[in-house]
Design a protein around this ligand. Structure first.
Ligand code: NAP
Length: 251
């Protein structure tokens, strides 16, 4: 049976998620573009539909179980069963440990881990029914440790364990689960880090590029290209992997 070509990307209003949603649409997927508000999804949806693709924007907080159920139901109702899920929504609340609040900790663990858990639990119902599916989780090189990011690095290391376990559980249903761990990617998130450190973003990027073997920072399209492959037909024997996309070796 041919499976449905419907994808959901969380945190797809901007940055990496927006690039991933556009790339999957280009690959022929109808895309559920999820972010905190429906309004914030409009630009991504428009970029897709302007090129003849199919997309709907849905406002949902991925940490809210009811909102997640409603969002996934809406995508399924509009386009058919979602078979590809990209857990990309993310936030940072950086601080050194002694200054980190419980709120900083809970917010970051909540969006990345609880968000990916709730989304995956909902979407796997459709994937297992279809007998085919792809889940791609966004981890980070910060999983290996990064000053000022105890919460974020714990969440991103957690994404890796979550990925491997889902790969083990869902493999027999034709569902693969992999994680992408980006290094420095030029988005609002890295711009915000530069602002927090009171460094000009151009200088920040130049300094980062000098430490990267390929001598440049990454772009959202670098991540979207790998998602495209992992979401496709030819990647079916790759599961439970963490792939660093960082312009050089990491682990
Ligand atoms: P970004 O530009 O900040 O975009 C993240 C998106 O997620 C935003 O649109 C944000 O909405 C949305 N979001 C936040 N909380 C959400 C929630 N509870 N429910 C739904 N959507 C939510 O970040 P990015 O740089 O593209 O990063 C995307 C992913 O890659 C993240 O998981 C990040 O941790 C990971 N990553 C990024 C880098 C990098 O260098 N940029 C490196 C490694 C990993 P609002 O704007 O409304 O908050």
């Amino acid at each position: 049976m041919a499976h449905s070509r419907v994808a959901i990307v969380t945190g797809a209003a901007r940055g990496i998620g927006a690039a991933v949603a556009q790339r999957l649409a280009q690959d022929g997927f109808a895309v559920g573009v999820i972010d905190l508000t429906e309004d914030s999804c409009a630009a991504t949806v428009e970029a897709i539909t302007n090129k003849g693709g199919q997309a709907i924007g849905i406002g949902a907080d991925v940490t809210d179980a009811d909102a997640v159920t409603t969002a996934v139901d809406r995508v399924a109702g509009e386009f058919g069963p979602p078979t590809v899920l990209v857990n990309n929504a993310g936030i940072t609340r950086d601080n050194l440990l002694f200054r980190m609040t419980e709120g900083d900790w809970d917010a970051v663990l909540g969006v990345h881990l609880r968000g990916a858990f709730l989304m995956s639990r909902e979407v796997q119902k459709h994937q297992t029914e279809q007998g085919w599916g792809r889940i791609v989780n966004l981890s980070s090189t910060s999983a290996l440790g990064n000053r000022g990011q105890a919460n974020y690095s714990a969440a991103k290391a957690g994404m890796q364990g979550f990925t491997k376990t889902l790969a083990i559980e869902l493999g027999k249903f034709g569902v693969t689960v992999n994680a992408i761990a980006p290094g420095f990617i030029e988005t609002d998130m890295t711009a915000a880090t530069a602002a927090r450190l009171e460094v000009d973003f151009e200088d920040f990027k130049k300094a980062a590029a000098a430490t990267i073997p390929v001598q440049r920072v990454g772009q959202p399209a670098d991540i979207a290209a790998l998602v495209s492959f992992l979401a496709g037909e030819e990647s079916g024997f790759i599961s439970g992997q963490v792939i660093y996309v960082a312009g050089g070796p990491k682990d």
